[in-house]
Design a protein around this ligand. Structure first.
Ligand code: 3AT
Ligand code: MG
Length: 350
């Protein structure tokens, strides 16, 4: 319950916004961290091109989509085949994992763990910080995962449409979910990618007026090439002319991040119908029914491009119970400030 007067609520959310920004600023990656990671990417790309001439190693996930925190893992995708899909080498992904792992072991000081027989074969590499390179590096290298590169580009485009609000909200949710131990798909909760999609759904489809346009439904303003429309049978179109969009899209919604965060927590503790609905960013209204998709997981979030894929399929009954409990706790803390200092609320919350 909001027990504050409108004026007090306005002061509260304005102060909350400032506190969130101040809270995040020391945990964002530094320029130096980006430089070191980029150098690492290039070093590994050189090795990959020894295994498969012309191979590219591209960053995806948080290092490439604008939602990185300090010391986040690096997600890299190795592309060996040409755009037309013809393989440049005869190696399978599992073989590439074995061969490239061997080479990284021989030529660098990384710890290397090949996972050639995983559902998606990857190489995990890591290096402890040293006095010269005071950053821990943890990196997953996958192969031919072009859809992940595309969804990274989608998230980056959204991040660029309204950076102050979307980015701040997502970064805060990432820190909060990690500190509250709700960001662990292997033990029944939701990935960072999943929380990011929740935030996008909220800002695009729940908030009225919307904070963000639905980029998958903004019509193209130029002739598109076939490879911009379809990838492996999936419709990957979205409006990506961010420069134009930044000039032409102005949201009528003027709420600050503090207010949006409070409403995000309230919406997902009380209003969202976990039992019936599937979040589907690409659709007009943002929701489909579980029945219509024959999905029955606890939480259903359709991948923006892979319609048959539930991003939150790892969330268990217990996991969802915990997450919803934490949404409620967060609402309560942010709405009933016992303390006079808003910065203390954030410390309590995380
Ligand atoms: P962190 O900073 O690592 O916490 P992130 O933004 O890198 O967050 P994830 O590590 O969850 O996010 O995911 C990295 C990328 O991998 C994001 C997306 O391109 C892809 N990805 C992750 N999970 C899924 C999924 N369930 N379905 C499809 N793509 C996924
Ligand atoms: Mg990541």
């Amino acid at each position: 319950q909001n027990t504050m007067t409108p004026a007090a609520y306005e002061r509260h959310t304005a102060e909350l916004t400032n506190c969130i920004i101040a809270f995040l600023s020391p945990i964002l990656p530094t320029e130096e961290e980006y430089r070191i990671k980029e150098a690492t990417r290039r070093q590994l790309e050189r090795l990959a091109s020894k295994v498969s001439p012309g191979a590219k190693l591209l960053a995806f996930g948080s290092m490439a989509n604008g939602f990185a925190l300090r010391n986040s893992d690096m997600d890299l995708c190795c592309l060996t085949s040409k755009k037309d899909g013809k393989p440049a080498t005869q190696h399978t992904a599992s073989e590439l994992v074995e061969i490239l792992s061997q080479l990284i072991r021989e030529e660098t000081d990384f710890n290397v763990m090949p996972l050639p027989r995983a559902r998606i074969p990857i190489i995990k590499i890591s290096r402890a910080p040293t006095p010269e390179l005071p950053y821990e590096i943890a990196c997953d290298i996958g192969f031919e995962n072009r859809l992940a590169l595309e969804n990274t580009r989608l998230l980056l485009s959204y991040a660029m449409v309204d950076p102050p609000r979307l980015r701040t909200l997502v970064l805060f949710l990432k820190v909060w979910s990690k500190r509250r131990k709700l960001n662990s798909p292997y033990t029944g909760t939701l990935s960072s990618y999943g929380y990011t999609l929740l935030a996008l759904y909220f800002l695009t489809h729940v908030k009225r007026p919307a904070v963000l346009p639905n980029l998958q439904r903004v019509p193209p303003t130029r002739q598109l090439k076939p490879e911009e429309l379809e990838l492996d049978g999936h419709n990957i179109y979205f409006y990506d002319d961010v420069a134009t969009l930044r000039k032409e899209w102005t949201s009528q919604n003027t709420e600050n991040v503090g207010e949006l965060l409070i409403e995000f927590f309230r919406y997902f503790s009380k209003e969202f119908s976990y039992a019936k609905d599937v979040i589907s960013l690409r659709t007009e209204g943002g929701l489909l029914s579980k029945d219509s998709k024959s999905w029955n997981s606890e939480l259903c979030i359709e991948d923006p491009f892979q319609m048959g894929y539930n991003v939150s399929r790892t969330v268990t009954k217990d996991g969802l119970y915990t997450i919803r409990g934490e949404f409620m706790r967060a609402s309560r803390i942010l709405m009933n400030p016992k303390s006079q200092r808003v910065s203390a609320l954030i410390a309590e919350l995380c």
